[in-house]
Design a protein around this ligand. Structure first.
Ligand code: PAD
Ligand code: ZN
Ligand code: ZN
Length: 376
């Protein structure tokens, strides 16, 4: 390929500092070093987590940064020692690495690879340098994958080959949103047939939780959101009832306990707020309810609740990218999509060009979209 080994100039969206909107700039993307892969991103979704990066409420981010972590693309070139992909392969960048060597990767019951951003920030490549420069300045990576750049470099532990026939403008959702929500129900909660579930927050991730609860055979799925415009799609995907907490004088947990008689079997927090997390926990069955935290809480926040909520047997657990070991699982999920077992296209409400990225964030914040896919 003509570009292999050379610097590539392309468009990327940079967050110069927290609290400022993104600006589209020309960046220089250095070639991949040993055990790194340079990918041409074809499509990228916008996730609520990217919005947390813009507002400064995502932990351990260094600015200026190129966000984006829900992409799909084609390998442009590879560095020395890379064996898992080759130029021309269709791939999904992984926002949670699977190095295959650390103590977590060697355990069957966690996907939390010790190379994750939450252990060691992924703001620079593993050799502590950046592959991005703009106007002579070093720009940081985000989760090692920065999909808001037409070309991006990532370690080989954070990229996986997928089916050559997969439509990249659709399967990019498997890089985060869909896999996160669906896996929270299937893997983390292990929702059982006939159970009752409550899903707080019906964005792209929350609706994917609804899909997971339905696939697991839950008989009652109660969607909760302060934006009633989300209810139609939630019902289409399997929610049996939808509630707006603002329609009730009582706290929503009391409403849910009255509706179910004893509290729900599984509650999912998919907003990223401490108040909804406590409400989700309190709405679970006191003896055996399981509350799964999916939303990313604000940086440096602290949770405070009556410990008696746990004393009687409720469980509170977190779910990181749906509990999937991403290298092993994402290609399989994409195959299920190709076999029409997973109908994720319904989550995509808007497809825009990359230059319309700010409009995409406005749509996300206005609540008028579920998933927005940007095309380069
Ligand atoms: P989104 O902004 O599309 O959806 C959030 C939804 O919550 C919207 O529909 C809001 O109307 C709704 N909402 C807001 N406030 C309330 C409230 N008080 N009560 C009920 N509903 C409310 O975001 P998303 O679906 O892309 O992401 C949701 C969260 O999941 C967000 O915090 C994101 O950072 C997190 C996430 N976690 C992981 C993980 O690995 N755990 C991965 C990806 C995203
Ligand atoms: Zn995400
Ligand atoms: Zn690992």
């Amino acid at each position: 390929m003509g570009t292999s080994g050379k610097i590539i100039k392309c468009k990327a969206a940079i967050a110069w500092e927290a609290g400022k909107s993104l600006s589209i700039e020309e960046v220089e993307v250095a070639p991949p070093k040993s055990h790194e892969v340079r990918v041409k991103i074809i499509a990228t979704g916008i996730c609520g987590t990217d919005d947390h990066v813009l507002t400064g409420s995502f932990p351990k981010v260094d600015y200026p940064v190129i966000p984006g972590h829900e992409g799909a693309g084609i390998v442009e070139s590879i560095g020395e020692g890379v064996t898992c992909v080759k130029p021309g392969d269709k791939v999904i960048p992984l926002c949670l690495p699977q190095c295959g060597e650390c103590s977590s990767c060697l355990k069957w019951n966690t996907n939390c690879c010790l190379k994750t951003h939450l252990c060691n920030p992924q703001n620079l490549m593993p050799d502590k340098t950046s592959r991005f420069t703009c106007k002579g300045k070093q720009i940081h990576h985000f989760l090692w994958i920065s999909t808001f750049s037409e070309y991006t470099v990532m370690p080989d532990s954070t990229v996986v080959r997928i089916d050559d026939a997969a439509p990249l403008d659709k399967v990019c959702l498997f890089g985060c949103g869909f896999s996160t929500g669906y896996g929270a129900a299937i893997n983390t909660a292990q929702v059982t047939p006939g159970s009752t579930c409550a899903v707080f927050g019906l964005g792209g991730v929350g609706l994917s939780v609804v899909m997971g609860c339905q696939a697991a055979g839950a008989s009652r799925i109660i969607g909760i959101d302060i934006n009633k415009e989300k209810f139609g799609k939630a019902k289409e995907l399997g929610a049996t009832e939808c509630l707006d907490p603002r329609d009730y004088e009582k706290p929503i947990q009391e409403v849910l306990i009255e509706m179910t008689g004893h509290g729900v079997d599984y509650a999912f927090e998919v907003v990223g707020c401490l108040d909804t997390l406590t409400a989700a926990l309190a709405s679970c069955h006191m003896g055996c309810g399981v509350c799964v935290m999916v939303g990313v809480p604000p940086t440096d926040s602290r949770l405070s609740f009556d410990p008696l909520l746990l004393f009687t047997g409720r469980t509170l657990k977190g779910s990181f990218i749906g509990g999937w070991k991403m290298k092993d699982s994402i290609p399989q999920l994409v195959s299920s999509y190709m076999e029409e077992e997973l109908k994720t296209d319904v989550l995509i409400t808007h497809t825009l060009s990359f230059s319309e990225i700010s409009e995409g964030f406005n749509l996300l914040r206005s609540g008028k979209s579920v998933r927005i896919v940007l095309l380069f």
